[in-house]
Design a protein around this ligand. Structure first.
Ligand code: PMP
Ligand code: GLN
Length: 380
C-alpha cells in the first residue's frame, strides 16, 4: 500500500521518545514539559462536580459562553485589551490543535510560512500537511533573539504566515515590545498573517512582563493568538486551550474547527469557566522559584548555563565540559547511564542542527529536581 508522507518529519516526536525512554530506564523525567505536582483542588473538584451535575453532552461549537466570557475577562485583566468572546474567542482541545487549525484555515498549496528555529516540533509538519513550504530562520545561541533583517529577507510574494513563540520553547527567551514593533514594520504592507504561540504567557521571570501580540493593535488585526490552559493550571493532560483572532480570522478558524473536532470536552469547560474566577497564586512566582532552585543545584554539576531562562518551563544547558557526543546520543546516555531524561535541542531544528545543548523541564516538585541533580552530580 502506498500512503502519502504528508510532512517531512521522520519518526515519533522527541517528547514521546524521551518520556518512553525515561519510563523504560526508571529515569527522572525532566524531558517532556509537564508538571509533576497536583493541580488546584478547586479545579479538580469543579471537574467532578460538572460531570456529576450532568454537564456531559456537547457544548456549543465555539465553546461554552461562560468560559469564553471568563477568558475575555482574563485577557482584559492581564493585557488591558478588549476581546469579543462571541466573535474572537474559540475554545480548543489544546494549543497544538489550535496551531494546526489556524494554519489549515489560511494555507494553500504553494504558500510559504516562516518559522524561527529552534521551534516547537509541530509547526513545520503542520505547514507541510497543508501543502505549504516552511521557510526556516535560525535564532542564535545564547540569546536566541530574532535577527529582524533575516526575517525581512525571507519574505517573498508567497509568504502567507509567520509563526512566533514567546516565552519561547525550548530556550526560555522572551520578546520585548520592540520585537513586536519590528515585526509590525516588516509585515505592514503585506497580507501576511501572524500565528502567535503564547502558551507560556504566565511564566515570565525576574519581574519581566509578557508582551502579547494582542497589545500591538496593528498586529492584532492580522493575528491568531494561541493559548493553553495546560500551562496555566498545571493540567497539560486535559488538553484544553483557546484561540483569539479578529472576527474574519475567527470565522475562517471555525470553518475548519467545526469539521475537525466540532466541540471540546464539556465538563472541562465548565470546570475551567468556574476556576478562572478563583484567586490563585501568581504562576510566575511559583515557577521562578523552581527555576532558581534548579539553577542553584545545577551549579554543583558539570553542566554550563549560558543564559538563565527568562520564561517558560525550560532551561537549556550545555554539556561541553562532559562530552562531545551529538545531543541526541548524549540525552540517551544521560537517561540510561545517569537516570535523568532531557530533550536534545536539535529536535527543535528540522535540519537537526546540533549546538550540543539539552533542555531540562524544571516544572517539577523540588524533591524531583533535587533527586535529579543528585544523579547529575555523579557525572564525570
Ligand atoms: N506551543 C508550545 C511552544 C508548547 O511548548 C506547547 C506544549 N505542549 C504547545 C504549544 C501545546 O500546548 P497544548 O498541550 O495545549 O497542545
Ligand atoms: N510542549 C511540551 C514540551 O515541549 C510537550 C508537548 C508534547 O509532548 N507534544 O515538552
Amino acid at each position: 500500500m502506498q500512503l502519502p508522507e504528508k510532512h517531512s518529519a521522520t519518526g515519533t516526536t522527541i517528547f514521546t521518545v524521551m518520556s518512553a525512554l525515561a519510563n523504560k530506564h526508571n529515569a527522572i523525567n525532566l524531558s517532556q514539559g509537564f508538571p509533576d505536582f497536583h493541580i488546584d483542588s478547586r479545579l479538580s473538584g469543579a471537574l467532578g462536580a460538572a460531570t456529576e451535575n450532568g454537564f456531559n453532552q456537547y457544548a456549543p461549537m465555539t465553546g461554552l459562553p461562560e468560559l469564553r466570557n471568563a477568558i475575555g475577562a482574563g485577557i482584559k485583566d492581564r493585557y488591558d485589551v478588549d476581546v469579543n468572546p462571541d466573535t474572537e474567542i474559540t475554545v480548543t482541545p489544546g494549543a497544538t490543535y489550535a496551531i494546526y487549525t489556524a494554519f489549515t484555515a489560511i494555507l494553500s498549496p504553494g504558500d510559504e510560512a516562516i518559522v524561527l528555529e529552534p521551534a516547537y516540533d509541530s509547526y513545520i509538519p503542520n505547514i507541510e500537511m497543508n501543502g505549504a513550504t516552511a521557510v526556516r530562520i535560525s535564532l542564535s545561541a545564547p540569546s536566541f533573539s530574532v535577527d529582524w533583517q533575516q526575517v525581512k529577507d525571507a519574505i517573498t510574494t508567497r509568504t502567507k504566515a509567520i509563526i512566533v513563540n514567546t516565552p519561547h520553547n525550548p530556550t526560555g527567551a522572551i520578546w520585548t515590545k520592540d520585537d513586536w514593533t519590528q515585526l509590525a514594520e516588516i509585515v505592514r504592507d503585506t497580507d501576511i498573517i501572524i500565528l502567535s504561540d503564547e502558551v507560556y504567557e504566565q511564566l515570565v521571570f525576574d519581574g519581566a512582563q509578557h508582551h502579547s501580540v494582542l497589545q500591538n493593535e496593528e498586529l492584532r488585526a492580522r493575528s491568531f493568538v494561541l493559548f493553553s490552559f495546560g500551562k496555566v493550571y498545571n493540567n497539560t493532560g486535559w488538553k484544553m486551550g483557546y484561540c483569539i483572532a479578529p472576527p474574519a480570522l475567527t470565522q475562517a478558524f471555525r470553518r475548519i474547527h467545526q469539521f475537525l473536532c466540532f466541540t471540546v470536552n464539556t465538563p472541562a469547560q465548565y470546570a475551567l469557566a468556574q476556576h478562572l474566577g478563583n484567586k490563585t497564586e501568581p504562576l510566575n512566582d511559583i515557577m521562578q522559584g523552581k527555576r532558581d532552585y534548579f539553577l542553584k543545584l545545577l551549579a554543583e554539576t558539570p553542566f554550563t548555563i549560558h543564559a538563565p531562562a527568562r520564561g517558560s518551563y525550560f532551561q537549556v544547558a550545555s554539556y561541553e565540559r562532559i562530552s562531545d557526543l551529538p545531543d541526541k546520543e548524549f540525552a540517551e546516555w544521560l537517561t540510561i547511564e545517569h537516570g535523568v531524561a532531557t530533550i536534545p535541542v536539535s529536535a527543535f531544528y528540522s535540519s537537526g542542527k546540533d549546538d550540543r545543548l539539552i533542555r531540562f523541564c524544571f516544572a517539577k516538585k523540588e524533591e524531583t529536581l533535587a533527586a535529579a541533580v543528585e544523579r547529575l552530580k555523579g557525572i564525570r
